[in-house]
Design a protein around this ligand. Structure first.
Ligand code: GDP
Length: 472
């Protein structure tokens, strides 16, 4: 069956400087010749129909409808496969950034033989043609949807193939193990020496470590991709609003007007050292501002459930009260940063610090790092930002070449591969037959293959590409 030629509006649907409508497929050039009249053809559609486009050169001219009426002044470029995004013949038409123009050009493409593209179909075709593997294709959507610079950098890294390379190298290690197993199985009568088992176990464990390391990066990856949800809790008047304002004041650049986010669900956002931080449940803060009433333990529980990280604010100038204690107890074993605010009001800081640290330790049941600030003066901001950043990165200094997993699908597959290897290791230890061990290792190999799409079925592909936008 002949491949179709797909067309879609690729730029955002709305007013803009320019817009791009694009096509991919074997008839792209033929359709372009019907719809676009290069300036050098002097308005002759016959001349346009036979025009010889130089690959990857821009042509100025006019887009025309099927009835010959002018649509818009445009720039056209023809990129023959395989040197294109999809690996097929691709055409892009740049027009004025008007919805009228986009729609008319798209209609003209469809009238001339193209069909409307499905969500993510350009990228799906790139995957099918082997231009990208599945992990790289998924990185495309992460690039588009990235909310912070770090998330974007991560996506770009994956798009360039960093995760795929890592997965391929782990799979190649597993393939070596499979080969070794086969050799041993081919000589079943020979006694398999202990040294073979020990060596096998070592190799499985080394590979499993790499899988776990990747999997462990996925929490950080999720936060980089989706943003860190932070709630600020504390009894009234401790300075929650002031802490929020201090953090917001540091960078208001992406606080508003982020397309696709509504003010109802995400109240305030900042970019903190390249990490998007979304403050949840800030309504509670403002409410307690007016009424000076307890925000209530229930509400704080809710905040703990909603947030990735809770900032628990205490007032350094006052003794701990029942509500502070309750909140500290609630924080036990939870992701929390304890803030001792209003440092400017205390005269013997060292003494107070010790006392507070001891009380907090008793209530939390473990030593806690307390961040000392004076929110109203903006003092301690750096320190607080350090702690928040540390929370996301796990306090580890990441090496340049460390790969971070940002995709839930990938994390799940890594988990499954790990479970298979753990089982395989158990069997090797128990001295089970090699062919049993092989089954688990092969499954691990296949799970990893699903990350890059080598062993992914149609359902997975449909699921992945349905999350794309039209025109990508
Ligand atoms: P919230 O009820 O927890 O949101 O507390 P607010 O942020 O509204 O602060 C309560 C009061 O404490 C206000 O009068 C603030 O000006 C004051 N306040 C907040 N932070 C500080 C601080 O670091 N030092 C001092 N001296 N006052 C502060």
């Amino acid at each position: 069956m002949k491949e179709t030629t797909i067309a879609a509006i690729s730029t955002a649907y709305g007013e803009a400087g320019i817009g791009i409508v694009r096509m991919s497929g074997p008839d792209s050039l033929a359709v372009l010749r019907k719809v676009f009249v290069p300036h050098v053809c002097r308005k002759s559609r016959d001349a346009a129909a036979g025009f010889d486009y130089m690959p990857r050169h821009m042509y100025y001219g006019q887009a025309v409808a099927a009835d010959g009426s002018a649509i818009d002044e445009c720039l056209a470029v023809y990129m023959p496969g395989p040197y294109s995004y999809t690996g097929e013949d691709v055409v892009e038409l740049q027009c004025h950034g008007s919805v009228i123009s986009y729609k008319k050009i798209l209609s003209a493409f469809l009238d001339a033989g193209a069909v409307p593209a499905e969500r993510g179909e350009f990228t799906k075709r790139a995957f099918m043609k082997g231009k990208l593997d599945l992990a790289q294709a998924e990185a495309v959507i992460d690039l588009i949807k990235a909310r912070g610079t770090k998330g974007f950098e991560c996506a770009l890294d994956q798009y360039s193939g960093s995760l795929s390379e890592k997965v391929k190298s782990i799979r190649s290690g597993l393939m070596d193990v499979l080969v070794q197993l086969t050799v041993n199985m081919d000589y079943p009568d020979e006694d398999i020496e202990q040294v073979v088992y020990t060596d096998l176990l070592n190799r499985i464990s080394l590979i499993d470590d790499e899988i776990l390391k990747l999997k462990d990066s996925s929490n950080e990856g999720r936060i980089l991709k989706e943003g860190l949800k932070v709630a600020i809790v504390g009894k009234p008047n401790v300075g929650k609003s002031s802490v929020l304002n201090m953090l917001l004041g540091a960078d208001r650049s992406i606080v508003t007007d982020v397309p696709g986010t509504t003010r109802d669900t995400i109240e305030e956002q900042i970019a903190l050292r390249g990490i998007t931080v979304c403050f949840v449940d800030t309504a509670g803060i403002h409410e307690s501002d007016d009424k000076v009433e307890s925000i209530g333990i229930e509400r704080s529980k809710d905040a703990f459930n909603k947030a990735d990280l809770v900032l628990l604010v205490l007032d350094a100038s006052r003794e701990l009260e029942a509500e502070d204690r309750q909140l500290l107890e609630l924080s036990k074993g939870r992701p929390v940063i304890i803030i001792s605010n209003k440092q400017d009001l205390i005269d013997k800081p060292a003494e107070k610090e010790e006392k507070l640290a001891a009380a907090v330790e008793t209530l939390l049941g473990s030593k806690a790092d307390i961040v000392r600030i004076a929110a109203i003066r903006g003092e301690g901001l750096e320190l607080l930002e350090d702690k928040i950043e540390e929370f996301v990165t796990g306090g580890k200094v990441r090496r340049e070449d460390d790969v971070i997993v940002t995709n839930v699908r990938h994390a799940r597959l890594l988990e499954q591969a790990h479970a298979e290897l753990a089982q395989a290791a158990g069997m090797v230890k128990a001295g089970e037959a090699m062919d049993f061990v092989e089954v688990n290792i092969r499954s691990a190999f296949d799970f990893l293959g699903e990350i890059i799409g080598e062993t992914a079925g149609d359902e997975v592909l449909t699921e992945v590409f349905s999350r794309f936008c039209l025109g990508k």
